[in-house]
Every structure is written in C-alpha cells, then in structure tokens.
Design a protein around this ligand. Structure first.
Ligand SMILES: Cc1cc2nc3c(=O)[nH]c(=O)nc-3n(C[C@H](O)[C@H](O)[C@H](O)COP(=O)(O)OP(=O)(O)OC[C@H]3O[C@@H](n4cnc5c(N)ncnc54)[C@H](O)[C@@H]3O)c2cc1C
Length: 390
C-alpha cells in the first residue's frame, strides 16, 4: 500500500454508472467546489447492456417535460429517454446509450473499467478504496451498484440446475423442440418471471409458469413495486390468448433434482412436482441488498435484510456512506424504480453539501430538493406514497 500522501483524494466517489450513479452525479454537478468521480467496473449502463435482447423498460417514457412532468425514466428534470430513443418502452441497449449520452454531454468525471475491489472505512473519517486503477481516498462514498449484476443463484437447493433470468442474453437461444408435454418451466410470478414467459410464448414455445400467488389481482396493492405493471399485465393477457401459457398458483418451490435419465424435477413445499426436459428458468430475484452486499459490513441490516438508512439515505453504521438506487427503502416506501429513486438524489447532494459547508442555495432552485418538490413537480413529492389518497 502507498503512504497516505501518495494516494489521490477527492471529496466524493460514486461507485456505479447506472441510472442511480449517473443521476446522482448530475445532482452533485449542481454544487460548485466539490471534487468527485464516478467509478464504474464496466461501462455506463452495464446492467442494461446485459438485459435479454427482447426485454423492454416496463415504465413508459413520454416527453411530458415541458409541462413540468419529467419523463418517468429520465434521470434529471430535462432529459427524456423517449426523445433520445424515439421509443416508449426502451430496450436495455437504448437505455444504456441514453445514460452514456447524458454522461458525455455533461462531461461527467467518469472512470470506466474501474472496479472497486475493497472499501475501508478510516478511523479519522472517510474511506480508502482499492480499485482496478489504484487506490483512492474519499470523504464521502455514494454506493450505486444496483441489483441486476447480483442475482440470487441459490434461492433453494438444486437451483444449480436452473438458469437465472439475469443469465439470459437472448430468448432466441432457447431452441428446444416445442411440445405441449414438455414446456419450458419458469419459476416466479413477478416481473422477470412474466417477462420470460411472455417472450418464450412469443417465440412459439409452450410455457408453464409456477407462481406463489398472483401479482395481478385487481384488488392487489397499487404499488408497481409489489404488483405487476400494466405493461406486463397486457403482455400476459396476450400470452394467454396465444394458448401457450399455463400458470400454476400456490407453488413454493423447495428443490430441483435431476431425473435419472434426463430432465429435471421441480418440487413444491406441498409435495406437488413437475418434470421438465429443459433446465427450469428462475425469475426469483436478486441478493438482498444487491451490490451493497460487496460492502455488507458497512451497513446495518434490518431483520428483513433491508439496509438501515437515515432520512438522508446515509448508512446508520458508517457516516459518510450513502446508498442510492433501487435498494433504498423507508417504511412502506420502496424506491425500486427509476422514477422513485431519482427523488432521493437531491437529498443526498444536500446532505453532503451541508457536511462540507458548501453553499446549498445553488440547490434551492432544484425540484429535487425536499422543500421545493411539490406533488406535480418534475420529480414528484417524496412524501407521497403509492396508493395513498393524494
Ligand atoms: C428486467 C428488468 C426490467 C426493469 N424495468 C424497469 C422499468 O421499466 N423502470 C424502472 O424504473 N426500473 C426498471 N427495472 C429496475 C431498474 O433496472 C433498476 O432499478 C436500475 O437498473 C437500478 O439502477 P442502478 O444504477 O442502481 O443499478 P445498475 O443499473 O445495476 O448499475 C449499477 C452499476 O454499478 C456497477 N458496479 C457494481 N459493482 C461495482 C464495483 N464494485 N465497482 C464499480 N462499479 C460497480 C455495475 O457495473 C453497474 O454498471 C427493471 C429491472 C429489470 C431486471
């Protein structure tokens, strides 16, 4: 290790260049006199570049910006993925290109191919980072490493025989001969399981979807973090109409075993089982905390395995460490969509500015600020929860 004085130092480091990292950088750009960098292990929008080729954003993009409503998938008040891509439901590459365009247009201080391998919280405050491109010290660390690159590959014994949604690059590669008696089997009845089922039926396959419960009941919660989005409900209806989709509810998969000759057996807690020739597909989610697991000892974890945060999204265990992105939760509010978690960027920037004694008046015109956000402003009202009466 170098001696302290040889190690370059900045005020803040953002780790990850997805929508959370790039959006957070745009909020920091509003502060003058802050020196920060974004460190990205691969390229801007790496998670989106790995999406299956057929996957689209489920939240629609629409250029409503001039009337004060930011595009739902925009990471700042003025840009619009709808305008950038000329599409309402962008695919992963289009959205990653939108992020890269924003990073370039704003000349954000970005180092790609710079994985952060290790983070040490220093006794005197601040952090020492060991990265692919050397060591770096920082007073504030903003963790924006998302979830997609951290799938839970072992949700139950025998999951090693399955293929996780996050390991699929193109559904066209699934070319097993189609027979009604041996459909593809998808485990998980929320967005990724439904997306897998929809895309496989579109390609002419029969699919059996095993779900614990329906996430698309009319009387279910309104919050798209808990219920299937309208876009996916529509697509599910289409898949039914194709006559190639069977859904089995009440299935809690506890094991997958390999059959003696060929194929696999999927076992449910209630002793039902299903045999399949093809490896089962997992739409069963990501590691608790996703990429935040990389620095798991720097957070307090709640009993439900969520990350405990202050009102300004700072770690309750490690001062100076902030979390931005889909893992942020406060009480009943789950910030797992871009239009949700972008509402927190201004708060984090404000908190860092206050710690540094910077002039926060520059942020005061920003609609992302706590006090200036009204219910219909570009970034909405952070006090408003999904499904409330407002
Ligand atoms: C199929 C699917 C569809 C979705 N559709 C929508 C939708 O329609 N609307 C919506 O709002 N959300 C949607 N989401 C959720 C959305 O994609 C995520 O909430 C979003 O990607 C999170 O952004 P992020 O910047 O936190 O993480 P990511 O986009 O995952 O970015 C994290 C970045 O961190 C980098 N990184 C990780 N670890 C390190 C490290 N140690 N050092 C350096 N870099 C690191 C990664 O390379 C990556 O580029 C969808 C998700 C999936 C899986």
């Amino acid at each position: 290790m170098n001696s302290d004085k040889d190690i370059p130092a900045v005020d803040a480091v953002i780790v990850g260049a997805g929508p959370a990292g790039i959006g957070m950088a745009l909020a920091l750009e509003k502060l003058v006199d802050i020196e920060y960098v974004i460190l990205e292990a691969e390229q801007v929008g790496a998670s989106f570049r790995r999406w299956p080729a057929q996957t689209r954003l489920i939240t629609p993009s629409f250029h409503s910006n001039p009337f004060g409503l930011a595009d739902l998938n925009a990471i700042d008040e003025i840009s619009s993925p709808a305008i950038f891509a000329g599409a309402e439901h962008l695919d992963g590459k289009q959205y990653a290109d939108y992020l890269a365009f924003i990073a370039q247009a704003h000349e954000l201080p970005l180092s790609e191919n710079c994985q952060v391998h290790q983070v040490s919280a220093l006794d005197e405050g601040g952090f020492l980072l060991a990265t692919q491109q050397g060591e770096l010290r920082t007073r504030f660390l903003i963790w924006a490493t998302g979830e997609y690159l951290y799938p839970n590959l072992t949700p139950f014994p025998g999951a090693k025989w399955c293929v996780h949604y996050a390991q699929v690059s193109d559904w066209k590669r699934f070319t097993a001969p189609d027979t009604l008696s041996s459909p593809y089997t998808v485990i998980g009845g929320y967005e990724s399981g439904v997306d897998a089922a929809v895309n496989l039926t579109r390609l002419g396959h029969h699919v059996r979807l095993l779900a614990r419960k329906s996430t698309w009941q009319r009387e279910g919660p309104y919050d798209p973090s808990l219920s299937l989005s309208p876009y996916s409900r529509e697509r599910l209806k289409e898949a039914f109409q194709r006559g190639r989709l069977e859904i089995v509810f009440g299935v809690d998969v506890v094991d997958v075993t390999r059959n003696e000759h060929d194929g696999f057996r999927i076992h449910s807690a209630d002793k039902r089982y299903w045999d399949t020739q093809q490896p089962p597909l997992l739409g069963t989610g990501f590691l608790d905390g996703g990429g935040a697991q990389q620095i798991s000892t720097l957070w307090h974890w709640t009993e439900e395995q969520h990350i405990a945060l202050t009102d300004a999204d700072e770690s309750t265990l490690t001062p100076g460490l902030f979390l931005v992105g889909p893992q942020v939760r406060h009480d009943q509010r789950i910030y797992c969509f871009i239009y949700k978690f972008r509402q927190r960027f201004g708060l984090v920037a404000e908190q860092i500015a206050e710690h540094m004694g910077l002039d926060i008046r520059v942020l005061q015109n920003s609609a992302t600020l706590q006090n200036s956000a009204d219910a219909w402003g570009p970034f909405g009202n952070r006090d408003c929860c999904e499904g409330c009466e407002c």
